[in-house]
Write a protein of this length. Structure first.
Length: 141
């Protein structure tokens, strides 16, 4: 069964949320995982693509936006209701809803920033997962 991790950020700034998602993707990539970063729109996906290129000067995380090529990178960025084109084991969700396909992943990371609408949407997702018996862990970062 999919394990769900909620990461509660102390900031409401978009760049902080993206930076945290980049660090999480980098860590999972170095652990050998295949990562799907789910965003709300094509524009957010492109923004996440740019953020991953600039994590740190000494770091590289191979990644692609799902519509750009044959999608063989270990980190893919998708948006809206697009499912990843292949099986992957970790999803980083940057949207306010749980995607319909979340259960195909071994692990889902929900990133909640410090604004009321994000927290409210996060609470709803938490209840959704809890009511269905998913293992949930929460980290305040």
């Amino acid at each position: 069964m999919t394990r769900i991790s909620f990461y509660i950020l102390k900031s409401s700034e978009l760049d902080k949320r993206q930076a945290f998602a980049c660090r999480l993707a980098e860590k999972a990539y170095h652990q050998g995982h295949q990562i799907y970063i789910h965003t709300a729109s094509e524009q957010e996906g492109q923004s996440m693509d740019t953020a991953l290129w600039g994590i740190r000067p000494d770091s590289f995380v191979p990644h692609e936006v799902t519509d750009q090529s044959d999608n063989q990178s270990p980190v893919l960025i998708g948006y809206q209701d697009k499912k990843p084109p292949r099986l992957m084991d970790v999803m980083i969700n940057l949207t306010d809803e749980q995607p319909l396909f979340f259960s195909q992943f071994e692990r889902v990371a929900e990133i909640i920033d410090d604004n009321e609408s994000s927290k409210q949407a996060g609470r709803q997702r938490f209840q959704f997962y809890k009511q269905r018996g998913y293992e949930i862990e929460t980290f305040h970062v």
